[in-house]
Design a protein around this ligand. Structure first.
Ligand code: NCD
Length: 305
Protein backbone atom coordinates (compact mmCIF):
# COMPACT_ATOMS: atom_id res chain seq x y z
CA UNK A 1 0.00 0.00 0.00
CA UNK A 2 2.92 2.36 0.71
CA UNK A 3 2.91 5.31 -1.71
CA UNK A 4 -0.13 3.96 -3.63
CA UNK A 5 -2.83 6.24 -4.95
CA UNK A 6 -6.32 5.27 -3.75
CA UNK A 7 -8.76 6.24 -6.44
CA UNK A 8 -10.69 3.09 -7.31
CA UNK A 9 -11.75 0.09 -5.26
CA UNK A 10 -11.24 -1.95 -8.44
CA UNK A 11 -7.46 -1.48 -8.18
CA UNK A 12 -7.25 -3.27 -4.85
CA UNK A 13 -7.45 -6.95 -4.01
CA UNK A 14 -9.68 -8.45 -1.35
CA UNK A 15 -6.54 -9.17 0.68
CA UNK A 16 -5.51 -5.51 0.60
CA UNK A 17 -9.00 -4.30 1.48
CA UNK A 18 -9.26 -6.76 4.35
CA UNK A 19 -5.88 -5.56 5.58
CA UNK A 20 -7.06 -1.93 5.58
CA UNK A 21 -10.18 -2.94 7.54
CA UNK A 22 -8.11 -4.89 10.06
CA UNK A 23 -5.80 -1.90 10.48
CA UNK A 24 -8.87 0.33 10.90
CA UNK A 25 -10.05 -1.77 13.82
CA UNK A 26 -6.66 -1.31 15.50
CA UNK A 27 -7.06 2.46 15.17
CA UNK A 28 -9.67 2.35 17.93
CA UNK A 29 -6.85 1.91 20.46
CA UNK A 30 -4.94 4.85 18.99
CA UNK A 31 -7.96 7.14 19.25
CA UNK A 32 -7.97 6.50 23.00
CA UNK A 33 -4.23 6.50 23.66
CA UNK A 34 -3.20 9.21 21.18
CA UNK A 35 -0.21 9.00 18.84
CA UNK A 36 2.27 11.11 16.92
CA UNK A 37 3.13 8.62 14.16
CA UNK A 38 2.26 11.24 11.53
CA UNK A 39 4.33 13.98 13.20
CA UNK A 40 5.86 16.29 10.54
CA UNK A 41 3.52 14.90 7.87
CA UNK A 42 1.07 17.17 6.08
CA UNK A 43 -2.16 16.19 4.35
CA UNK A 44 -3.43 18.42 1.53
CA UNK A 45 -7.22 18.53 1.51
CA UNK A 46 -8.59 19.81 -1.83
CA UNK A 47 -12.39 19.84 -1.87
CA UNK A 48 -13.87 21.12 -5.14
CA UNK A 49 -17.36 19.98 -4.04
CA UNK A 50 -19.33 20.37 -0.80
CA UNK A 51 -18.61 17.90 1.97
CA UNK A 52 -19.22 17.61 5.70
CA UNK A 53 -18.28 14.11 6.80
CA UNK A 54 -15.62 13.12 4.30
CA UNK A 55 -13.66 16.34 4.58
CA UNK A 56 -13.85 16.56 8.36
CA UNK A 57 -13.12 12.89 8.91
CA UNK A 58 -9.98 13.01 6.76
CA UNK A 59 -8.83 16.06 8.74
CA UNK A 60 -9.73 14.47 12.05
CA UNK A 61 -7.94 11.26 11.01
CA UNK A 62 -4.75 13.15 10.18
CA UNK A 63 -4.85 15.20 13.40
CA UNK A 64 -5.52 12.09 15.47
CA UNK A 65 -2.41 10.51 13.90
CA UNK A 66 -0.42 13.54 15.02
CA UNK A 67 -0.11 15.14 11.57
CA UNK A 68 -1.25 18.43 10.06
CA UNK A 69 -3.75 19.46 7.39
CA UNK A 70 -3.73 22.26 4.82
CA UNK A 71 -6.10 22.96 1.95
CA UNK A 72 -9.49 24.36 1.08
CA UNK A 73 -13.09 23.25 1.36
CA UNK A 74 -14.42 25.96 -0.92
CA UNK A 75 -12.76 26.05 -4.37
CA UNK A 76 -13.89 29.67 -4.78
CA UNK A 77 -11.10 30.63 -2.40
CA UNK A 78 -8.50 28.78 -4.52
CA UNK A 79 -6.79 29.83 -7.77
CA UNK A 80 -9.41 27.81 -9.67
CA UNK A 81 -11.39 31.05 -9.57
CA UNK A 82 -8.55 32.71 -11.52
CA UNK A 83 -8.71 29.93 -14.11
CA UNK A 84 -5.91 27.63 -12.94
CA UNK A 85 -6.23 24.05 -14.17
CA UNK A 86 -6.11 21.02 -11.88
CA UNK A 87 -2.79 19.75 -13.22
CA UNK A 88 -0.98 22.98 -12.35
CA UNK A 89 -2.60 23.09 -8.90
CA UNK A 90 -1.53 19.52 -8.12
CA UNK A 91 2.03 20.11 -9.37
CA UNK A 92 2.35 23.00 -6.92
CA UNK A 93 0.39 21.69 -3.94
CA UNK A 94 2.35 18.42 -3.95
CA UNK A 95 5.37 20.42 -2.72
CA UNK A 96 3.50 21.43 0.40
CA UNK A 97 2.22 18.05 1.55
CA UNK A 98 2.98 14.33 1.79
CA UNK A 99 -0.43 13.07 0.71
CA UNK A 100 -3.37 14.70 -1.08
CA UNK A 101 -7.09 14.04 -0.62
CA UNK A 102 -9.22 15.35 -3.46
CA UNK A 103 -12.96 15.60 -4.12
CA UNK A 104 -13.97 16.82 -7.55
CA UNK A 105 -17.18 16.99 -9.61
CA UNK A 106 -15.55 15.94 -12.89
CA UNK A 107 -15.05 12.32 -13.89
CA UNK A 108 -11.39 11.51 -14.30
CA UNK A 109 -10.16 14.42 -12.15
CA UNK A 110 -8.82 11.95 -9.58
CA UNK A 111 -6.83 10.08 -12.28
CA UNK A 112 -5.51 13.33 -13.69
CA UNK A 113 -4.39 14.39 -10.22
CA UNK A 114 -2.66 11.02 -9.70
CA UNK A 115 -0.86 11.25 -13.05
CA UNK A 116 0.54 14.64 -12.11
CA UNK A 117 1.34 14.10 -8.46
CA UNK A 118 4.61 12.88 -6.97
CA UNK A 119 2.76 12.27 -3.69
CA UNK A 120 -0.10 9.77 -3.17
CA UNK A 121 -3.62 10.87 -4.09
CA UNK A 122 -6.71 9.63 -2.25
CA UNK A 123 -10.10 10.20 -3.90
CA UNK A 124 -12.73 11.61 -1.57
CA UNK A 125 -15.38 11.12 -4.28
CA UNK A 126 -15.12 11.94 -7.96
CA UNK A 127 -18.10 12.89 -10.13
CA UNK A 128 -20.65 10.08 -10.40
CA UNK A 129 -17.98 7.37 -10.67
CA UNK A 130 -16.58 6.36 -7.32
CA UNK A 131 -16.15 7.18 -3.65
CA UNK A 132 -13.68 4.48 -2.62
CA UNK A 133 -13.09 5.40 1.03
CA UNK A 134 -16.85 5.45 1.62
CA UNK A 135 -16.92 1.83 0.43
CA UNK A 136 -14.23 0.95 2.99
CA UNK A 137 -16.26 2.39 5.83
CA UNK A 138 -19.42 0.74 4.52
CA UNK A 139 -17.66 -2.64 4.51
CA UNK A 140 -16.35 -2.05 8.02
CA UNK A 141 -19.87 -1.18 9.22
CA UNK A 142 -21.28 -4.41 7.76
CA UNK A 143 -18.40 -6.42 9.23
CA UNK A 144 -18.91 -4.89 12.66
CA UNK A 145 -22.60 -5.77 12.57
CA UNK A 146 -22.44 -9.21 10.98
CA UNK A 147 -18.78 -10.33 11.38
CA UNK A 148 -18.89 -11.93 7.92
CA UNK A 149 -19.96 -10.21 4.71
CA UNK A 150 -20.23 -13.53 2.89
CA UNK A 151 -23.72 -14.98 2.71
CA UNK A 152 -25.54 -11.70 3.28
CA UNK A 153 -28.48 -10.50 1.21
CA UNK A 154 -27.79 -6.84 0.48
CA UNK A 155 -30.12 -4.24 -1.06
CA UNK A 156 -28.84 -0.97 -2.51
CA UNK A 157 -31.63 1.58 -2.88
CA UNK A 158 -31.89 4.98 -4.47
CA UNK A 159 -30.14 7.02 -7.13
CA UNK A 160 -27.90 4.32 -8.55
CA UNK A 161 -27.33 6.30 -11.74
CA UNK A 162 -25.74 9.45 -10.34
CA UNK A 163 -24.68 8.17 -6.90
CA UNK A 164 -21.01 7.28 -6.54
CA UNK A 165 -21.04 5.58 -3.14
CA UNK A 166 -23.25 2.80 -4.53
CA UNK A 167 -20.74 2.09 -7.31
CA UNK A 168 -17.71 1.80 -5.07
CA UNK A 169 -19.76 -0.29 -2.64
CA UNK A 170 -20.85 -2.62 -5.44
CA UNK A 171 -17.24 -3.09 -6.60
CA UNK A 172 -16.22 -3.79 -3.02
CA UNK A 173 -19.07 -6.25 -2.38
CA UNK A 174 -18.24 -8.07 -5.63
CA UNK A 175 -15.17 -9.39 -3.79
CA UNK A 176 -17.46 -11.27 -1.39
CA UNK A 177 -20.03 -13.99 -1.82
CA UNK A 178 -23.22 -12.03 -1.14
CA UNK A 179 -26.52 -11.47 -2.93
CA UNK A 180 -26.84 -8.06 -4.57
CA UNK A 181 -30.20 -6.37 -5.13
CA UNK A 182 -30.37 -2.99 -6.86
CA UNK A 183 -33.57 -1.07 -6.11
CA UNK A 184 -34.34 2.20 -7.89
CA UNK A 185 -36.84 4.13 -9.96
CA UNK A 186 -36.44 2.90 -13.58
CA UNK A 187 -34.70 6.09 -14.70
CA UNK A 188 -32.09 5.85 -11.92
CA UNK A 189 -30.97 2.26 -12.45
CA UNK A 190 -27.40 1.14 -11.83
CA UNK A 191 -25.35 2.11 -14.86
CA UNK A 192 -24.09 -0.27 -17.54
CA UNK A 193 -20.43 0.11 -16.63
CA UNK A 194 -21.02 -1.38 -13.19
CA UNK A 195 -23.43 -4.07 -14.41
CA UNK A 196 -20.96 -5.09 -17.14
CA UNK A 197 -18.25 -5.35 -14.50
CA UNK A 198 -20.44 -7.74 -12.50
CA UNK A 199 -21.41 -9.70 -15.61
CA UNK A 200 -17.77 -10.13 -16.62
CA UNK A 201 -17.01 -11.49 -13.18
CA UNK A 202 -20.06 -13.73 -13.39
CA UNK A 203 -21.63 -12.12 -10.33
CA UNK A 204 -25.40 -12.44 -10.07
CA UNK A 205 -27.61 -9.50 -9.13
CA UNK A 206 -31.30 -8.65 -9.17
CA UNK A 207 -33.01 -5.37 -10.01
CA UNK A 208 -36.21 -4.05 -8.39
CA UNK A 209 -38.39 -0.96 -8.74
CA UNK A 210 -40.11 -1.30 -5.39
CA UNK A 211 -38.24 -1.89 -2.14
CA UNK A 212 -41.29 -3.71 -0.70
CA UNK A 213 -40.67 -6.57 -3.14
CA UNK A 214 -37.40 -7.46 -1.42
CA UNK A 215 -37.00 -5.69 1.94
CA UNK A 216 -38.22 -8.56 4.15
CA UNK A 217 -35.53 -10.88 2.74
CA UNK A 218 -32.64 -8.44 3.24
CA UNK A 219 -29.90 -8.40 5.86
CA UNK A 220 -28.68 -4.96 4.84
CA UNK A 221 -30.43 -2.08 3.07
CA UNK A 222 -28.12 0.69 1.87
CA UNK A 223 -30.23 3.79 1.16
CA UNK A 224 -29.05 6.82 -0.81
CA UNK A 225 -30.51 10.22 -1.64
CA UNK A 226 -31.40 11.40 -5.13
CA UNK A 227 -28.37 13.38 -6.34
CA UNK A 228 -30.27 16.55 -7.24
CA UNK A 229 -27.14 18.51 -8.17
CA UNK A 230 -26.19 16.04 -10.91
CA UNK A 231 -29.44 16.19 -12.89
CA UNK A 232 -29.00 18.00 -16.23
CA UNK A 233 -32.73 18.83 -16.15
CA UNK A 234 -34.17 20.03 -12.81
CA UNK A 235 -37.71 19.02 -13.83
CA UNK A 236 -36.54 15.41 -14.06
CA UNK A 237 -35.41 15.66 -10.44
CA UNK A 238 -38.77 17.09 -9.37
CA UNK A 239 -40.56 14.15 -10.99
CA UNK A 240 -38.51 11.68 -8.93
CA UNK A 241 -38.34 13.58 -5.64
CA UNK A 242 -39.97 11.58 -2.85
CA UNK A 243 -40.39 8.48 -5.05
CA UNK A 244 -39.08 6.15 -2.31
CA UNK A 245 -39.08 6.39 1.44
CA UNK A 246 -38.21 4.09 4.32
CA UNK A 247 -40.45 4.58 7.34
CA UNK A 248 -41.74 2.42 10.19
CA UNK A 249 -44.38 0.78 7.99
CA UNK A 250 -41.76 -0.19 5.36
CA UNK A 251 -39.66 -2.05 7.94
CA UNK A 252 -42.54 -3.64 9.84
CA UNK A 253 -41.77 -7.22 8.78
CA UNK A 254 -38.00 -7.13 8.27
CA UNK A 255 -35.59 -9.70 9.73
CA UNK A 256 -34.59 -9.27 13.38
CA UNK A 257 -30.98 -8.56 12.45
CA UNK A 258 -31.81 -6.30 9.46
CA UNK A 259 -29.74 -3.10 9.29
CA UNK A 260 -30.22 0.16 7.38
CA UNK A 261 -27.20 2.12 6.21
CA UNK A 262 -26.87 5.46 4.42
CA UNK A 263 -23.73 7.36 3.36
CA UNK A 264 -25.48 10.60 4.40
CA UNK A 265 -26.60 13.32 3.92
CA UNK A 266 -30.16 11.99 4.39
CA UNK A 267 -33.00 14.06 2.99
CA UNK A 268 -36.50 12.53 2.94
CA UNK A 269 -35.62 8.95 1.94
CA UNK A 270 -35.46 7.70 5.53
CA UNK A 271 -38.12 9.02 7.93
CA UNK A 272 -36.75 10.37 11.22
CA UNK A 273 -38.94 7.87 13.08
CA UNK A 274 -36.57 5.11 11.85
CA UNK A 275 -33.54 6.68 13.57
CA UNK A 276 -34.36 5.27 16.98
CA UNK A 277 -35.01 1.71 15.82
CA UNK A 278 -32.37 -0.99 16.33
CA UNK A 279 -32.07 -1.28 12.55
CA UNK A 280 -30.64 2.20 11.94
CA UNK A 281 -26.84 2.15 11.64
CA UNK A 282 -26.27 5.30 9.59
CA UNK A 283 -25.02 7.36 12.50
CA UNK A 284 -22.45 4.69 13.35
CA UNK A 285 -20.93 4.81 9.85
CA UNK A 286 -19.13 8.17 10.33
CA UNK A 287 -17.19 6.68 13.27
CA UNK A 288 -15.99 3.79 11.10
CA UNK A 289 -15.12 6.38 8.44
CA UNK A 290 -12.69 7.97 10.85
CA UNK A 291 -11.07 4.60 11.56
CA UNK A 292 -10.65 3.56 7.92
CA UNK A 293 -9.23 6.97 6.97
CA UNK A 294 -6.73 6.80 9.83
CA UNK A 295 -5.74 3.33 8.62
CA UNK A 296 -5.48 4.34 4.98
CA UNK A 297 -3.34 7.41 5.65
CA UNK A 298 -1.03 5.37 7.92
CA UNK A 299 -0.60 2.57 5.40
CA UNK A 300 -0.08 4.84 2.38
CA UNK A 301 2.43 7.03 4.21
CA UNK A 302 4.18 3.90 5.49
CA UNK A 303 3.72 4.97 9.11
CA UNK A 304 2.79 1.41 10.05
CA UNK A 305 3.50 -1.92 8.37
C1 NCD B 1 -21.83 11.04 -0.48
C2 NCD B 1 -21.10 11.66 -1.66
O1 NCD B 1 -20.50 12.73 -1.56
O2 NCD B 1 -21.09 10.98 -2.69
N1 NCD B 1 -21.56 11.72 0.70
C3 NCD B 1 -20.57 11.24 1.52
O3 NCD B 1 -19.41 11.42 1.25
N2 NCD B 1 -20.92 10.51 2.58
C4 NCD B 1 -23.27 10.79 -0.70
C5 NCD B 1 -24.15 11.92 -1.13
O4 NCD B 1 -23.73 13.07 -1.26
O5 NCD B 1 -25.33 11.63 -1.33
Amino acid sequence: MKNSHFISIKNFSKKQIEYILKTAEKMEDIIHSGTDIAKNKILGSLFYEPSTRTQMSFSSAMYRLGGNVIGFSDPKTSSKTKGENLTDTIRCVSNYCDIIVIRHPLEGADMLAAENSPVPIISAGCGTKEHPTQALLDLLTIKKEYKDINGLNIGILGDLKYGRTVKSLTYALSLYDCDLNFISPPSLKMNKEVLNYLNEKNIQYKEFKDVMDVINDLDVLYVTRIQKERFPDPTEYLKLKGSYKIDLSTIKNVKESFIIMHPLPRLDEIAYEVDNTKHAKYFKQPYYGLLVRMALISLILGLIE
